[in-house]
Design a protein around this ligand. Structure first.
Ligand code: NDP
Length: 249
């Protein structure tokens, strides 16, 4: 089934690679106009721009490090200039690291919390003047936040906090007709798998596949689908929810 986002204006953070890239391209193909951002220049950015040119719509790929408040403010100022208003915001940009808690440096805690959580605070706050009646905010969490994962206390703490942020904002912004939800991915296979040694990738696939009811990892498109549903008017009575997209872990 195709979801129609014709003419909707959507901001997706961290769209150059992985899940964010999948959401950006799926939204553009569904008829949305998309603004997205990235941190590092490179081939991924250029190929995203090229892929977006293949779709109709008014798309903008901008450089902004969402871990920096000033960059977020600039991103939203540019979004306002180009679009005037927004119908959807997807807080996708995220970073992770694997470090024993006893050795976790304060600056790494801050980097992970700033990018995964504080960025969402600032993006949503600065989007508020742009958000139309009926608009939708989707925060990308993680299935691991509810489960807990060793060596990722900082990451899961930030992702769990996304749920509190979402629940409270669903109530605070609901009277304005703004919906706020979390999509919590399980293990989604992105290009990152292509950059690892084949044996390690196969090992990860096998380990995680046996944890899911569907006995396999998810694809970027399978994650983008529920996000598009939450941006679209099909979900106009859904707010404050966490949708686990995890193949039935
Ligand atoms: P990737 O590392 O593959 O891609 C992350 C994207 O976000 C890239 O485009 C990256 O751009 C961008 N990004 C990262 N940091 C910043 C920043 N500070 N400012 C702007 N852009 C930034 O991640 P995934 O696609 O795997 O993950 C996407 C989201 O999904 C994250 O929030 C992650 O926590 C969550 N998630 C993913 C899972 C998975 O299995 N893949 C599982 C659970 C949750 P650049 O290259 O320029 O840094």
């Amino acid at each position: 089934m195709e979801i129609a986002l014709q003419g909707k204006r959507v901001l997706v953070t961290g769209g150059s690679r992985g899940i964010g890239r999948g959401i950006v391209l799926a939204a553009a193909r569904a008829g949305a106009n998309v603004v997205t951002c990235y941190r590092q220049e490179g081939e991924a950015v250029e190929s995203l721009k090229a892929a977006l040119k293949e779709t109709s719509g008014d798309h903008h790929v901008l450089r902004a490090d969402v871990g920096e408040i000033a960059h977020v403010d600039q991103l939203l100022a540019e979004t306002k200039e180009r679009f005037g208003s927004l119908d959807g915001v997807v807080n996708n940009a995220g970073v992770i690291s694997h470090i024993p808690f006893a050795e976790l440096p304060a600056d790494e805690w801050s980097r992970v919390v700033d990018t995964n959580l504080t960025a969402a605070y600032r993006v949503i706050q600065q989007s508020l003047p742009l958000l139309n009646q009926g608009s939708s905010i989707v925060n990308i969490g993680s299935r691991g936040a509810a489960a807990g994962i060793p060596l990722r206390a900082h990451y899961t703490a930030a992702k769990a906090a996304m749920i509190g942020l979402t629940r409270s904002l669903a109530k605070e912004l609901g009277p304005r007709g703004i919906r706020v939800n979390v999509v919590a991915p399980g293990v989604i296979e992105t290009e990152a798998f292509d950059t690892m040694p084949a044996e390690r990738a196969a090992g990860l696939r096998a380990t995680y596949a046996q944890k899911t009811a569907l006995a396999r990892l998810g694809t970027v498109d399978e994650l983008a689908g529920p996000v598009l549903f939450l941006i679209s008017d099909l979900s106009r009575y859904v707010t404050g929810e966490t949708v686990n997209v995890d193949g039935g872990i």
